[in-house]
Design a protein around this ligand. Structure first.
Ligand code: GLN
Length: 539
């Protein structure tokens, strides 16, 4: 029998529910259970693909091409697993399938309603995930905050699921905020009490309360929450701010979360933690005890919101541990690089440059200047997706001499479209889920730098793009020193580029950051970091 753990959030958003969910999953996985995680997103979008990163953070891409909420990235990283689109249930997906069934006549004669039709569809999707791989435990994170109109069908569905499977098979973990009033330093429990009341009013009683706060919860605070919210004191878990997200599982475990969850779900305790936890602790020890440091400039256009580049940050964190180096990431607005003279000043004290993906014309010139500076000054640089495409344009303009070279994304009438629309994209006018998405095979040429990095001639990496390198120019690039060392299996899509005679100039059309794991950093990122270390240390 699969056990379910439903994680809800109260008081306000941004409490780190996703990290609590991922951490609990990690703890149960390292107790030997087969665990997976689902994110419920109460928005009406079918997926996160059409959302601006400014509004919702990074769009995370799964192997199957689903454009998902960034929490799926945390689940994949903490559980070291690969999820699918079925693991991100949105209101849009649920309503779409109910409406399609209604049109197909499947509910003939019935009035189609939120209860039971929408709630049944939500639970059908949950069971579908639970059954597809015989999971011991399915974690379900409820997006939004209890009390939101949007999330009520999801909460109602989980209330019904609880009725169906019983107390020993489903528990609710409620994450709330325990603020500290600075004047008196008192830890306040009222917001928690109110949000538990809101949860109760819809028929859900939390089994566990995780209190997020700046500092550790006092025993008296726990007692009060226990008393007013009707949960045993051992089920009140303190989750103070952690130095880094990878420490959170250990904090929660030391608070007794794992033991309490197992007791409530009547799970047989396996003999302590397994090797996964050992490796995790090593990762953490190296991450928290760096022996040197370096600074990398991330030149992007969504820099006001760090979450817009969440997987880049984590991929660098994974490499930080693997190399015992503190990696400072300097988020830099590409528009600040519009004057080429600015680039040398802005990049004066960084060890490397990372140019991430993106869409649209804003900030392109600045990214191009940053790339030009790194290329001509031997600064290690990794360019990804849009970054990769701009490095091709920069090379065409400044090395091949095609001054007007461009991507047809930015100038549809350009004389030299060195980046052009993918043939399969012609005629597509719908925006949602229509890019070249997900894991695709990349064939790497032997003897290239990319081959040395991956140690393989065939890899799978995740994609999300509409444009690509124009095949008409390949020979010219290659004779002038830009090598395309990775290509799609039919050789028609350029996937990896490298420049000879440069300490590290690599670009990729795919997104290596999505496959980086704490215990298995993305090879391109790791080699980039090693190159920065080598340059910093004067080789
Ligand atoms: N805008 C570019 C394209 O669609 C790059 C996309 C990206 O960086 N994810 O091809």
């Amino acid at each position: 029998m699969t056990k379910f753990i439903i994680i809800t959030g109260g008081v306000l958003s941004g409490l780190g529910k996703g990290i609590v969910t991922s951490s609990l999953g990690m703890l149960l996985k390292s107790h030997g259970f087969k665990v997976t995680a689902i994110k419920m997103d109460p928005y009406l979008n079918c997926d996160a693909g059409t959302m601006n990163p400014f509004e919702h953070g990074e769009v995370y891409v799964l192997d199957d091409g689903t454009e998902a909420d960034l929490d799926l990235g945390n689940y994949e990283r903490f559980l070291d697993t690969e999820l699918s689109g079925d693991d991100n249930i949105t209101t849009g997906k649920v309503y779409r399938s109910v409406i399609e069934k209604e049109r197909a006549g499947e509910y003939l004669g019935k009035t189609v309603q939120i209860i039971p039709h929408i709630t049944d569809e939500i639970n059908r999707r949950i069971w579908n995930v639970a059954d597809e791989d015989d999971f011991d435990i399915v974690l379900i994170e409820m997006g939004g905050t209890v009390g939101d109109i949007e999330s009520s069908p999801f909460l109602e569905a989980s209330r019904q699921l609880h009725m169906e499977v019983g107390d020993e098979n489903l528990i609710f973990v409620h994450t709330t905020l325990v603020p500290v009033m600075n004047v008196v330093g008192e830890q306040k429990t009222k917001p928690t009490q109110h949000s538990v009341k809101a949860l109760r009013s819809i028929g859900i009683s939390p089994d566990i309360i995780v209190g997020r706060s700046d500092v550790e919860m006092e025993p008296s605070t726990k007692r009060k929450i226990s008393l007013f919210c009707d949960v045993p004191q051992e089920a009140v878990i303190s989750s103070p701010n952690a130095d880094n997200i990878y420490r959170v599982p250990l904090i929660l475990h030391n608070e007794g979360l794992t033991d309490y969850v197992m007791k409530k779900l009547e799970l047989k305790k396996k003999n302590g933690f397994d090797e996964y936890m050992d490796r995790w602790q090593h990762f953490l020890a190296d991450f928290e005890n760096p022996t040197s440091e370096l600074t990398v400039a991330l030149v992007g256009k969504y820099c006001d919101l760090e979450d817009a580049y969440a997987s880049h940050v984590e991929a660098l964190n994974h490499c930080a541990s693997a190399t015992k180096t503190r990696i400072n990431i300097r988020f830099m607005e590409s528009e600040d690089f519009e004057e080429i003279s600015a680039a040398s000043e802005l990049l004066n004290d960084v060890d490397g440059v990372l140019i991430p993906g993106g869409f649209g014309t804003r900030g392109i010139k600045g990214k191009m200047n940053a790339i030009n500076h790194a290329r001509t000054h031997g600064i290690p640089i990794l360019t990804i997706c849009l970054g990769f495409q701009i490095s091709v344009i920069e090379f065409a303009r400044n090395v091949l001499g095609y001054e007007s070279a461009n991507s047809s994304e930015f100038d549809p009438k350009t004389e030299h479209p060195v980046i052009d629309l993918l043939p399969m994209q012609r005629g597509i006018d719908k925006m949602g889920g229509t890019m070249r998405l997900g894991a695709e095979k990349v064939i790497i040429n032997e003897g290239t730098k990319a081959h040395g990095i991956y140690g393989l001639t065939e890899i799978q990496e995740r994609h999300r793009h509409r444009y690509e390198v124009n095949l008409d120019y390949i020979d010219e690039f290659e004779t002038n020193g830009m090598i395309f060392s990775g290509k799609s299996s039919n050789s028609k899509r350029m996937e990896i580029l490298e420049i000879k005679d440069h300490p590290f100039f690599m670009g990729c059309q795919f997104h290596p950051e999505f496959k980086s794991r704490p215990l298995d950093p993305a090879p391109l990122f790791l080699d980039f970091v090693k190159a920065m270390i080598k340059e910093r240390d004067g080789k």
